[in-house]
Design a protein around this ligand. Structure first.
Ligand code: SF4
Length: 180
């Protein structure tokens, strides 16, 4: 696990990635995978068996790398970002773009690429989910790198991963939790 974490966190340079499926399809797939008691049981079953957990995580890695450029941070923000992975931002910003986005939406680090947050905005808006981008994402827990975000989500470890920010009173993001 330590080797995988080092690879996921360091060796693979994050670059803005354009999801390979539409936002509408991604939200529909998420509805199928939404947490319920059966998935929670399945996640616990998988997690108790190290070999099975490795296979399961490998399957998640292949699937999400190809579809979303996933870097396996283990705490998936996709449902709140129009399914554009914020960990593919070269600065790994999880709460919106830096100040360097060009007027045409290009990334400051690589002008040939579109800022992942511009992509997130377009996709969330197109699905009527633009308000999700107002949510405040909590900092990444670096211990979760290379672990299965699906297992973490089904096990309820993502509770409060995004909160609604109203002045000085961040509250649990009920809307996000209910729809993930
Ligand atoms: S698990 Fe983390 S790195 Fe992977 S798609 Fe979700 S936010 Fe991105």
């Amino acid at each position: 696990m330590a080797v995988e974490q080092a690879r996921d966190r360091g060796a693979r340079r994050p670059l803005p990635f354009r999801p390979r499926i539409s936002a509408a399809l991604a939200y529909a797939l998420h509805a199928v995978l939404a947490a319920n008691p059966v998935y929670r049981w399945l996640a616990a079953f998988v997690e108790r068996r190290p070999r099975l957990y490795r296979w399961f995580t490998a399957g998640e890695r292949v699937t999400k790398e190809r579809l979303f450029g996933c870097r396996m941070c283990g705490q998936c923000a996709l449902p709140a970002t129009g399914y554009a992975c914020p960990m593919t931002c070269p600065k790994q910003l999880r709460n919106g773009p830096c100040g360097g986005v060009s007027p045409d939406g290009a990334c400051e680090v690589d002008r040939s690429l579109r800022c992942v947050w511009v992509t997130a905005w377009d996709r969330a808006e197109s699905a009527g989910r633009g308000a999700d981008l107002d949510l405040l994402q909590r900092p990444v827990d670096n211990r979760q790198w290379s672990r299965s975000s699906w297992v973490n989500y089904w096990q309820g470890r993502d509770e409060g991963i995004a909160v609604a920010f109203t002045g000085s009173d961040p509250r649990p993001a009920i809307a996000v939790r209910a729809s993930r």
